[in-house]
Design a protein around this ligand. Structure first.
Ligand code: CTP
Ligand code: MG
Length: 222
């Protein structure tokens, strides 16, 4: 039984404002995508990898995989208009008998193997999904335009990252409906009544959104 990784790399990176998709922004002299791909390739937990590429960037994705010797990359698919569509398109490459699928954002380059292990290890205990969290240091409020509507109880809140691990059939079902607005896969599984466990994440899994994030992640590179 094999574990498949889906690397969601098909976004445009509009907030980063580069002349190319975010997955190809430079990080440590390489395309950003190379960092997480290399870590997935090196992980003993991962057997096969599918990359969701930005439209017209499929070939460059294959080249990055070849350059770092990522032999686990079985296919590169063209991503969709929204993240969830990109994941759905990549998931079509994952066979039904796969034991688990790990969905990761290429926008989170620093992927510790310990987090891959923490999300995959509990899955056979009967969870539909396992996701990494970090605590929320700030007070979180709900707002409508410029007015505060509610202050949420901070001790009940966590921020959730990727990689997220799922039972493949569960994720396939969750992605089968109207999914375009979902910002992560877990929310779709939860919406169908799935049981999702949280495990400790890692602050280094920061998602690169803007140029400041990119500089910060670059400063953390070993
Ligand atoms: N993603 C994807 N397909 C999309 C949109 C996003 O595979 N249609 C991926 C991105 O490549 C990224 C992850 O989902 O790795 C998280 O998305 P986000 O940080 O929003 O990246 P972008 O959509 O590229 O950035 P922006 O929203 O600023 O355009
Ligand atoms: Mg986006």
């Amino acid at each position: 039984m094999s574990v498949w990784a889906v690397l969601a790399a098909a976004g445009r990176g509009e907030r980063l404002g580069s002349d190319r998709p975010k997955a190809f922004a430079r990080l440590g002299g390489r395309p950003l995508l190379a960092e997480s791909l290399e870590r997935l390739e090196a992980s003993a937990w991962i057997d096969r990898i599918v990359i969701a590429a930005p439209p017209e960037w499929e070939e460059p994705c294959i080249l990055v995989a070849e350059e770092i010797g990522a032999g686990k990359v079985g296919s590169v698919v063209t991503g969709g208009a929204a993240r969830s569509e990109s994941v759905r398109l990549a998931l079509a490459e994952v066979p039904d008998d796969a034991a688990a699928v790990l969905v990761h954002d290429a926008a989170r380059p620093l992927l510790p193997d310990a987090v891959i292990e923490r999300v995959l290890a509990p899955l056979p205990e009967g969870w539909d999904g396992v996701v990494p969290f970090v605590t929320v240091p700030d007070t979180v409020k709900k707002v409508e335009h410029d007015r505060v509507v509610e202050t949420l109880p901070r001790d009940e809140l966590v921020a959730v990252q990727t990689p997220q691990a799922f039972i493949p059939s569960v994720l396939r079902d969750a992605l089968s409906g109207e999914v375009s607005s979902a910002s992560d896969c877990s929310s779709l599984v939860e919406a169908r009544g799935g049981r999702v466990k949280v495990v400790e994440g890692d602050r280094r899994l920061l998602k690169v959104t803007d140029a400041e994030d990119l500089a910060l992640v670059e400063s953390w590179l070993a």
